[in-house]
Write a protein that binds this ligand. Structure first.
Ligand code: PBG
Length: 327
């Protein structure tokens, strides 16, 4: 241990001095903007529990992305809301589905934009679960192994459409390997996988499920998403996903799980993403509307905390605002 500085305030005296010794720097290249895409034309439907966020039709998605790019953002992640849902999530892997259509349009207009596609079945399932459901009367289970080929098909459909990064968020065991194998077989050996590796079963996803119309119609996600009490298990989940071929691993939600972000970064020294989720967004928005907190100050402090904890990239609904605030 080196000597502590006897007078830490000396280095806090002026803004440029503080800037010289600042340890953590946030840039717009660290940010990923989540976007919700739906069928139709000229649709820009506000999401009530997420003020400032919209379900966008492809034409409006292109407009919105134009303003993100103008602000210097370089990455978006897409979530699809299909026209119809069924018990096999066909909308998730149809070549002409909403996400492949959106990806094609985006890559045509913005070839340099990093287009990430979330891979999950919940938005496309009539019951809202992330995998194939087997029911026997009131008892149901989510069938892990029957789900894997569908996830792999979705990943390939998105890569075929031109996606730059595939992000499975379903939490089935073995899905990274299934997706990696399918991508390689389809010739997409250069397309990386960002796995939602430590994804906790969380009440903070509430507003997202309104936005994506993906709330489970029965039961909950606790048999596949992680128990919020477990950080050793998070480390095992990350190890497994890296072994299966994940290129980036994610911790989600963000603020309540910063300790997990730090642990993952220290243990694996690999690219780590954090997802600042819908509930985290909604809480600050609600308080800011009442002028109980200063939104910009709270958000910038939060983003810095993610980076300080070890995150390399941040998925956040504030990406567009932060890009503006960074000046
Ligand atoms: C799909 C998915 C969810 C989120 C991202 N991908 C919802 C869930 O697991 O219920 C949550 C994102 C957010 O809350 O902002 N499985």
């Amino acid at each position: 241990m080196s000597f502590p500085l006897d007078r830490p305030r000396r280095l806090r005296r002026t803004p440029p001095l503080r800037a010289l010794v600042r340890e953590t720097v946030l840039t717009r290249h660290d940010l990923v903007q989540p976007l919700f895409v739906r069928p139709g034309r000229d649709q820009r439907r506000p999401i009530p529990s997420m003020p400032g966020q919209y379900q966008l039709s492809v034409d409006q998605l292109l407009r919105e992305t134009g303003s993100l790019v103008k602000r210097g953002l370089s990455a978006v992640i897409l979530f699809g809301i299909p026209a119809r849902k069924d018990a096999r999530a066909s909308g998730a892997y149809a070549a002409g589905g909403i996400v492949p259509r959106a990806v094609r349009a985006l890559k045509k207009e913005f070839p340099d934009l990093v287009v990430i596609t979330d891979v999950c079945l919940c938005e496309y399932m009539s019951h809202g679960h992330c995998g194939i459901v087997r029911r026997r009367g009131p008892v149901y289970r989510v069938d892990n192994d029957a789900t894997l080929p569908l996830l792999a098909k979705a990943a390939v459909a998105y890569a075929d459409a031109g996606a730059d990064l595939i992000a499975p968020s379903d939490m089935m065991d073995g899905r990274v390997r299934a997706i990696r194998t399918a991508l390689d077989r389809a010739g997409h050996t250069e397309i990386p996988v960002m796995s939602y590796a430590a994804k906790f079963a969380s009440a903070f996803y509430g507003p997202f499920r309104d936005a994506a119309e993906s709330a489970p119609q029965f039961g909950d996600r606790r048999s596949y998403q992680m128990d919020g009490a477990n950080s050793e298990e998070a480390v095992r989940e990350v190890a497994l996903d890296l072994e299966e071929g994940a290129d980036i691993v994610m911790v989600k939600p963000g603020l309540p799980y910063l300790d997990v972000v730090r642990q993952v970064k220290d243990t694996f020294a690999c690219p780590v993403a954090v997802y600042n989720v819908s509930g985290e967004y909604a809480m600050v928005k609600a308080a800011a509307r009442r002028k109980w907190v200063d939104e910009q100050a709270i958000v910038m402090e939060t983003m810095t905390a993610f980076k300080r904890a070890g995150a390399d990239l941040i998925l956040t609904y504030w990406a567009k605002d932060v890009a503006g605030w960074l000046g």
